[in-house]
Design a protein around this ligand. Sequence first.
Ligand SMILES: *Cc1c(COP(=O)(O)O)cnc(C)c1O
Length: 473
Amino acid sequence: MEEVSARKIFQCAAGHAARFREKITELPQRPELSYPAALATFREALPEQGSAGAEVIGDLAAKAEPGLHAMVGPRFFGWVIGGSHPVGVAADWMTSAWGQNAGNHHAAPAAAAAEAVAANWLLDLLDLPRESSVGFATGATLANFICLAAARGEVLRQCGWDVEAQGLFGAPPVSVLIGDDAHATVFSALQFLGFGHDRVVRVETDHTGRIAAPAFAGAATKMTGPCIAIFQAGQINTGAFDDFSGIMPIARDIGAWVHVDGAFGLWARAAPSKRALTKSAEQAHSWATDGHKWLQTPYDCGYAIIRDQEAHRRAMTIAASYLPPSDEGERDPSHFVPELSRRARGFATWAMIKHLGREGIAAMVDRHCRVARAIAERLTVEDGINVLNEVVLNQVLVRFGAALPGEESDRLTQAAIARLQADGTCFAGGAVWRGRKVMRLSVISWLTDDQAGEMTAEAIIATWRAVRGGTLV
Ligand SMILES: *Cc1c(COP(=O)(O)O)cnc(C)c1O
């Protein structure tokens, strides 16, 4: 067996990673290799003999790099995802190197302590009820799941049913109200929890994708029995926010547990200029958000925030005789997520908040919203390009040739997206919005500045001119 030098291997990995980041602003915003080509690069028979550690790391970097998508680059706008900030990555490396099994505060005191402090910082930053508990999950999908598990337990407990012990068979039916433009993963969370994604009541949304008070009132009047209402801060296409001030009193009147999916939009609360968008969202019972989006931590990092700490713990607690007991008042990370053994996610969150500070986070959110607005304004003056949404946050929805018949405009939009992606100056993805093809841009990487926004707008305009020139002559 080769003698393994941790220092040598870590330095080798750090060298590869640093070289990748050093060229990130010049890399094309697309992978060089397609998936089949990447598969061909990795494919080999199961190794019978091992290889030296540094060699394995070097080989991994050489094989992976051509197939990496520069998602941490300044002009990546493909999905609403963060840019894995180097400070968060470094904290995450140490987390891995330290190898703490973070479930329990006796076994891993530093991991539990950093998480407890980061949890309080999050509540302060997002200005949510300070008595809330926070579960550090893999992302908002799981955070939504955790919050809705607590909701399910609590609304049934109030009807005298213990779902944690008895399960759902024979339980009083729970009504679930959810916006028609909610994120797909919330429907998945409902599916995992036995609510079924088709059994829920979909509340009509307006043209921006938000739930307005009259639509919610209409759906709410038909509700009887235990009820969960799911709202949204930040629609993935338009960035729209449900009308919290209008709908919260209605939800309260029907006694619903109110959950807010704010995977990225909840961070509007951290920026004074955007805060008003989330007014009254603090009245909810639970909130899901991500660290690996606007806070720029590396994956996996999401937060399940629940006002009723007891409901949170009832839904998630794992107890076994071989686990150290939980002392009165002490916080065990595993009590707030469905995992026992897991990485110490609190370290990266702690490091990112410490690095950016309240002001740095507010400035970053502001900057992204400003860049999104500037891109939209620049695109709007170009003939044949339409921005479909009011840019309230960081999302821009673009349609090309909108004055032409729908199918023709769909085709041009599709062609513009493909051409932009092939060009590689910036990356934007496609979506379908209100039945029509659109290009969508999400401005959310810590590296994205005004200049990156200008380059992006120019690249999109050049792409459009080429696409239009090719078809309309
Ligand atoms: C990203 C996102 C999710 C899912 O979060 P993951 O971190 O990808 O699990 C849920 N809801 C909204 C609104 C999102 O933007």
